[in-house]
Ligand binder design. Structure first.
Ligand SMILES: NC(=O)c1ccc[n+]([C@@H]2O[C@H](COP(=O)([O-])OP(=O)(O)OC[C@H]3O[C@@H](n4cnc5c(N)ncnc54)[C@H](O)[C@@H]3O)[C@@H](O)[C@H]2O)c1
Length: 286
């Protein structure tokens, strides 16, 4: 198994920029790619800010900060960076057709030793793999928001993933300072399936007037020792993302606990997406 040196993160949104931050800090030569040039520039500013904040909190040294930045490059043309990379981590929006299109096209450009990972939070990794020229080299690397602070890496074994690739990704995860779990490919994996059931129920409780969002969150934080309540977490993740995952799990698993409440749908229609839009269950001022 060849050593992984170069990483391309495809999609520089909420997750992609955090994954690129973690990869560069771990010593990988990292390219962050996006179709939207302004998103790329914004991501770099955010990564610079997050790295500086980590130095201020004494989580990393100044030397680590500047080394990480020197290893990070932006790429608006994916075709120019993909052929030389050992690991691709895809973090584009949660749509099967888009992910399949990207895996199909990227797998035709990469070397045969490359690993193709998806950061999907719920979609079938096996179905994504089936669109690729190298299905046995496709795997789920599910990072959590924000990746530079939340250390879990859920590794998803697709039906086609080879054991060698799982072992290689375990090593990469350790080098990225992650806490690892390896799970089989099943809708919502281990993390989203439980997290979405809790999140949807919390929204149903707001809808039914059981309690205010702040009180529901406080109950979970202080009663159940969750580090963050389910409604605040939904705001951070993005309510549109939560809605899409809820719809998907409801369809795939057919269970009522995943059905998105009307309130969630209405908030997304009104553009109340959580932190990224400035309002969700909370008001977010920067
Ligand atoms: N938001 C979260 O908390 C979270 C957590 C874990 C996993 N995920 C998963 O990560 C993935 C990305 O989610 P996100 O919240 O970062 O989305 P996002 O919408 O914030 O970012 C997606 C980015 O992908 C870019 N993009 C779209 N098409 C592209 C293409 N063809 N090539 C390159 N870039 C392209 C967009 O311009 C955008 O900047 C999804 O699969 C999501 O389910 C999200």
């Amino acid at each position: 198994m060849m050593e992984c040196r170069n990483v391309v993160v495809v999609g520089a949104g909420t997750m992609g920029r955090g994954i690129a931050h973690v990869a560069a800090l771990a010593g990988y030569q990292t390219w962050l790619a996006d179709v939207d040039e302004s998103t790329l520039q914004k991501s770099l500013t955010e990564i610079e800010h997050d790295l500086a904040a980590a130095v201020a909190r004494e989580k990393i040294s100044e030397v680590q900060r500047s080394a990480a930045l020197s290893r990070l490059e932006l790429a608006s043309d994916l075709n120019s960076v993909v052929p030389t990379c050992d690991l691709v981590i895809e973090a584009v929006p949660e749509r099967m057709a888009l992910k399949q299109e990207i895996f199909s096209s990227i797998s035709n450009q990469v070397a045969d030793h490359s690993i193709l990972a998806t950061n999907t939070s719920s979609l079938s990794v096996s179905e994504i793999a089936s669109s690729s020229r190298l299905p046995e080299r496709v795997i789920g690397m599910h990072f959590f928001n924000p990746p530079h602070k939340v250390r879990l890496l859920e590794i998803i074994r697709a039906d086609q993933t080879s054991e060698q690739v799982i072992e290689a990704v375990r090593k990469i995860g350790v080098r990225m300072n992650r806490e690892l779990v390896v799970v089989n490919d099943s809708p919502g994996f281990a993390s989203s399936r439980l997290g979405i059931a809790l999140g949807m129920e919390a929204i149903r409780m707001v809808e039914q007037g059981v309690a205010a969002p702040e009180d529901i969150d406080t109950a979970m934080v202080h009663g159940y020792r969750h580090p963050i309540g389910p409604l605040r977490l939904g705001d951070l993740v993005g309510l549109d993302v939560r809605l899409a995952v809820g719809d998907y799990l409801c369809r795939e698993l057919g269970e009522e606990q995943f059905r998105p409440p009307a309130l969630l749908r209405q908030m997304v229609t009104e553009g109340k997406l959580g932190r990224k839009s400035g309002e969700g269950f909370y008001i977010w001022t920067n």
